[in-house]
Design a protein around this ligand. Structure first.
Ligand code: FAD
Ligand code: NAP
Length: 313
């Protein structure tokens, strides 16, 4: 049987929200434990340049997260490489079960489990995942040197992924279901100026086409949303960039959630429907979903936890 660790504040997640909560909870002398999960550093570790983190005109996402981790550690956060597979919020102290065999008990919990990439849900997407289908250009772009790739989506992620892929691919085709992007204007301007990128508006992807031996993608069948006409776009790589869904699996039957799975918090605070449980970052935010807003909510969660522990905990 594994060991049991008790902490005043358990922080679950190591993105900007989790690490910032760690900095603040440590400075409040709460000696927090932070469990990193399977993506230490969170979503920013799968991107390159970040240009909107205040104080850094440009910083590499993975570098920023290494700095945040070091900051939280230096302030006194105990950072543990583990993944929480179960969380019991029905009684205090709250109990979390780690994959590594450790049981964590906590007087207060800060949930900062962020969000994960969404997939289209096509059977052909499943078939070629890891064999031409990817949701991370930074991770997999290198495999497509000199080849044609397709990106689907119209938000910041899709535009950034398309721009990044021009470093490797001979051609990048962006397919979007509407006739305008929702990405920031500065990113759109860069995309439209890039001669390697073609945009196909008003189309959906119906099927990813490919071979079995060796398993790999050869193209995508797309459909015009206005005329219903179908055609094939050849490509060796297919990058899905259609947004992210909150990682609320651990708490979906225990806390009140918004439609879409985002954890509900009292407006202006990080308090969830269970006293002593706080939520921060992309897990609770379907509007802003930025590193800086997540970090801000991480700060709020630690301050909320500190105040709650001082009175109730
Ligand atoms: P996340 O960063 O999603 O981190 C979640 C953490 O929770 C991870 O560490 C994960 O391991 C952990 N976790 C999940 N489940 C468990 C579990 N069961 N047990 C333990 N741990 C768990 N924002 C910007 O402001 N600027 C940008 O330039 C920018 N670029 C981006 C580029 C890409 C490709 C993507 C995908 C996003 C980008 N964003 C950007 C958005 C930004 O990354 C997010 O808003 C931010 O990372 C959210 O932080 P978070 O702390 O809420 O969660
Ligand atoms: P997003 O903003 O939610 O955009 C998702 C895009 O995918 C939308 O264009 C959407 O189309 C499209 N889409 C959704 N479901 C689809 C489906 N089933 N089929 C086809 N297309 C589909 O997601 P995101 O781009 O991942 O960004 C998430 C958050 O992270 C945002 O808040 C963003 O600002 C942030 N982020 C910031 C940066 C940055 O600051 N540089 C970089 C990356 C991400 P519609 O437009 O028609 O809805």
């Amino acid at each position: 049987m594994g060991e049991t660790r008790h902490t005043r504040v358990l922080i679950i997640g190591s993105g900007p929200a989790g690490y910032t909560a760690g900095v603040y909870a440590s400075r409040a002398m709460l000696a927090p434990i932070l469990v990193q999960g399977i993506q230490p550093g969170g979503q920013l570790t799968i991107t390159t340049e970040v240009e909107n983190w205040p104080g850094d005109t440009e910083v590499q996402g993975p570098d920023l997260m290494v700095r945040m981790e070091a900051h939280a550690r230096a302030m006194g956060t105990e950072i543990i490489s583990d993944h929480i597979s179960a969380l019991d919020l029905s009684q205090r102290p709250f109990t979390a079960t780690g994959d590594g065999g450790t049981t964590y008990t906590a007087d207060a919990v800060i949930l900062a489990t962020g969000a994960q990439a969404k997939w289209l849900g096509l059977p052909s997407e499943e078939r070629f995942k890891g064999f031409g289908v990817s949701a991370c250009a930074t991770c997999d772009g290198f495999f497509y040197r000199g080849k044609e790739v397709v990106v689907i989506g119209g938000g910041n992620t899709a535009v950034e992924e398309a721009l990044f892929l021009t470093n490797f691919a001979s051609k990048v085709t962006v397919i979007h279901r509407r006739d305008s992007f929702r990405a920031e204007r500065i990113l759109q301007d860069r995309l439209f100026k890039n001669p390697k990128i073609e945009v196909i508006w008003n189309h959906t992807v119906e099927e990813i086409l490919g071979d079995d031996a060796p398993l790999g993608v050869t193209g995508v069948r797309i459909r015009d949303t206005l005329t219903a006409a179908e055609r094939t776009v050849p490509c060796a790589g297919f990058f899905v960039a259609i947004g992210h869904a909150p990682a609320s699996e651990l708490v979906k039957d225990q806390l009140e959630l918004h439609a879409g799975g985002y954890v509900k918090v009292t407006p202006g605070s990080t308090a969830t429907s269970i006293p002593g449980v706080f939520a921060a970052g992309d897990l609770t935010d379907h509007v802003y979903r930025q590193a800086v807003t997540s970090a801000g909510m991480g700060c709020m969660a630690a301050l909320d936890a500190e105040r709650w522990l001082a009175t109730a905990g």
